[in-house]
Design a binder for this molecule. Structure first.
Ligand SMILES: Cc1ncc(COP(=O)(O)O)c(C=O)c1O
Length: 429
């Protein structure tokens, strides 16, 4: 990974505190984590609050999840389910996770031994990488990638082998099959596959999954799949969501990760899970038990209830996000961006060059002042920031009126400069 990866945009000289004369600033903390700084999401969310901007940066919904789930959580809180749950997670949640995978993908996992409940998908991914990789092992991941991946690989003292997703003439992101082949080696231990993919909104196609699967088998690698957006695939997607674990020969070499946060609009609950063959899940458990041991006792039964909601919940949820996507896509085009239409997830990536932008970090830091909207510079999701310098990411998992306000504000970018100061920053999103 290059020095630029995941750089802390808050740690610019402008923000650095005053150095006392004669003092030498010693770096604190382990060398392998120094490049990571504060996550971009915390930095940009703080900027949104400070500038009273509409926050289309961090991917969290501004409405609560299904009422049945909220009621179950309240009941669990009141009925004494407030102590440590069992290490692997409560039996009813593990059973619900198993039933959900059987129902949607015809994948069978034994709730006793093949499913582990974790503190969000983030912990499941961290414990998987730490539990599987020796120092020097290699992890193949498609960039741009979710920011925790690089940090987990660094913590494990493993080596990241990024494969770049690039938008094609049809606006869909894809990878070069040869680049993928070259990324695999005798040291490949894990391929970290996120589909539907943040930040591009890509849903990996059947052909792409087959190639990844065959390389995993050829190089004896394990697929760790991040499927947190599994239910957010839109009607015009060229592919349905297909867990790679369903492909021949892959169930035995896949750890399937997902969580409640995105599917049930409860990102703050941090209830996730990992499913796979018992030996692999055991390797993850060995690490997980010393990270958090357990979490979210009263929320676990509530997520079990949510997983059992009828199909209409899932289809209506995806349809409502698709309408929001369309609303923001239109607004971004009108404002002068060149957005790439996502096939799933919460996010739109957009090229800023039509607006004269060349550097996403500078662009995103200036956006609150220019129009009162916060976005995320996509370059922080690349191992080599230069590959994503001209791209920024917006989320659309917000109430319609918040999106409408954001679109109205973004429109100012397309207006000729009027000499007016920043817009009325009275909106709190
Ligand atoms: C691709 C991806 N993986 C994992 C996560 C985190 O999931 P959780 O909140 O369940 O830890 C996110 C959250 O934004 C994400 O976008």
């Amino acid at each position: 990974m290059t020095e630029e990866a995941h750089r802390d945009v808050s740690a610019t000289p402008r923000d650095a505190g005053p150095a006392s004369p004669g003092s030498r600033v010693e770096p604190v903390g382990v060398a392998r984590m120094r490049e990571f700084g504060t996550t971009i999401f915390a930095t940009m969310s703080a900027l949104a609050v400070r500038t009273n901007s509409v926050n289309l940066g961090q991917g969290f919904p501004d409405t609560d999840g299904p009422p049945e789930m909220l009621e179950a959580a309240a009941q669990a809180l009141r009925s004494g389910r407030n102590q440590y749950p069992p290490g692997p997670g409560i039996p009813e949640l593990r059973a619900a996770v198993a039933a959900h995978q059987q129902r949607f993908y015809n994948l069978a996992y034994d709730p006793d031994g093949e499913i582990l409940i974790t503190a969000g998908a983030t912990e499941a991914i961290a414990a998987s990488i730490l539990g599987l990789c020796e120092p020097g092992d290699e992890v193949v991941a498609f960039e741009p990638f979710y920011d925790s991946y690089g940090a987990c690989v660094a913590l494990a003292q493993a080596r990241l082998r990024p494969v770049t997703l690039r938008p094609g003439p049809d606006g869909r992101y894809a990878f070069d099959p040869d680049e993928l082949r070259h990324a695999y080696s005798a040291r490949t231990r894990v391929v970290l596959l996120n589909s539907p993919h943040n930040p591009t909104g890509k849903v990996f196609t059947a052909d792409e999954l087959s190639l990844i699967a065959s390389l995993c088998q050829e190089y004896d690698a394990i697929a760790v799949t991040d499927e947190v957006y599994e239910h957010l695939v839109f009607s015009d997607s060229s592919s349905v969501h297909c867990p790679i674990a369903t492909l021949p020969g892959m169930r035995e070499r896949t750890l399937r990760v997902s969580s409640a946060g995105k599917t049930f609009s409860c990102t703050g609950w941090k209830v996730g899970w990992v499913s796979g063959p018992a030996a692999l899940v055991q390797a993850v458990t060995r690490v997980k038990q010393f990270l958090t041991y357990v979490n979210a006792a009263p929320l676990q039964p509530a997520v079990a209830v949510a997983l059992g909601l009828p199909d209409t919940y899932y289809t209506e949820f995806a349809a409502s996000l698709e309408r929001k996507r369309d609303q923001l896509m239109a607004g971004l085009v009108e404002a002068g961006f060149a957005p790439y239409r996502p096939e799933g997830t919460y996010f739109i990536t957009a090229d800023i060059r039509g607006l004269g932008g060349t550097d996403g970090v500078e662009f995103c830091l200036s956006l609150p002042e220019r129009c009162g909207v916060v976005a995320i510079p996509a370059q922080v999701f690349y191992a080599d920031a230069s590959r994503g310098r001209h791209i920024v990411r917006f989320t659309f998992c917000k109430r319609d009126e918040v999106l409408a306000e954001a679109v109205a504000r973004l429109r100012r970018l397309a207006e000729p400069a009027s000499g007016e100061a920043s817009p009325g920053l009275s909106w709190s999103a």
